[in-house]
Design a protein around this ligand. Structure first.
Ligand code: GLN
Length: 225
């Protein structure tokens, strides 16, 4: 296994595919020239260049991680130092502390997050980060409440932390994969070598279906809110 960034023709980038919005991540990675692999079992982690933890319903993901005996293998994979991108529910799984309600998490990122804390009235909204570099889609997003000293702030919105990096793990409270924005994926996994990425936006129908599916997931788990 190599420890470097994934490049086209090299090892695939894995996308945790237990639940939630993994397909839009796959599309963005393929647009960048990567091959991808859906991760549902420990064996699926073998030889991956990196890993994406998608958005969805973090409490459901936790159950599925338990049922599929993935807690140890995922932890070992991330601690091996390969690049990891965790969005929304993925950020919740990666955080050290989770509230709203409390639930277990891996703690790869020394941050605390509050689930669904961007507000019920704004359950979904689009924005651009304070630096004007990232397009953002927020869907019942977690809010970052504490950032530890070893954590780099990657992006803010109205002064609030919305993306962080610590070592090999980058986490975002929003959905870059639904915003037609490859910036974070490219930063984490690199572009395919020799590929002049001109962009191939997720088409609108795909994106609307992805957003609708995520919202359906959460409605069926409303008991957790
Ligand atoms: N609200 C979800 C949770 O708490 C996360 C939202 C998302 O992934 N877009 O797990």
């Amino acid at each position: 296994m190599d420890g470097g960034l994934g490049r086209a023709g090299d090892a695939p980038v894995g996308v945790l595919a237990l639940q939630g919005g993994y397909e839009a991540h796959e599309k963005l990675l393929v647009d960048l020239g990567h091959t991808t692999r859906r991760v549902r079992t420990a064996a699926d982690l073998d030889g991956l260049a990196g890993l994406v933890f998608p958005g969805g319903e973090s409490s459901t993901m936790l159950k599925l991680i338990g049922w599929n005996s993935l807690w140890g293998p995922l932890d070992q994979f991330v601690r091996s130092g390969r690049p990891v991108l965790a969005t929304c529910a993925g950020l919740i799984l990666s955080a050290r502390g989770v509230s709203g309600p409390e639930q277990p998490s891996f703690g790869w990122l020394d941050i605390d997050v509050a689930r669904n804390a961007w507000g019920r009235q704004n359950e979904s909204f689009e924005a651009v980060d304070d630096a004007g570099l990232l397009k953002l889609v927020f869907i019942r997003a977690p809010r970052v409440r504490r950032v530890g000293p070893g954590v780099e702030v990657v992006a803010t919105l109205r002064g609030e932390v919305i993306a962080v990096r610590q070592g090999n793990v980058t986490g975002a409270s929003f959905h870059p994969e639904l915003a037609d924005d490859p910036t974070l994926h490219r930063r984490v996994f690199g572009p395919a070598e020799g590929l002049d990425w001109a962009g191939s936006p997720t088409d609108c129908a795909d994106r609307e279906t992805a957003v609708a599916n995520l919202q359906k997931d959460w409605q069926s788990h409303a008991a957790h809110d």
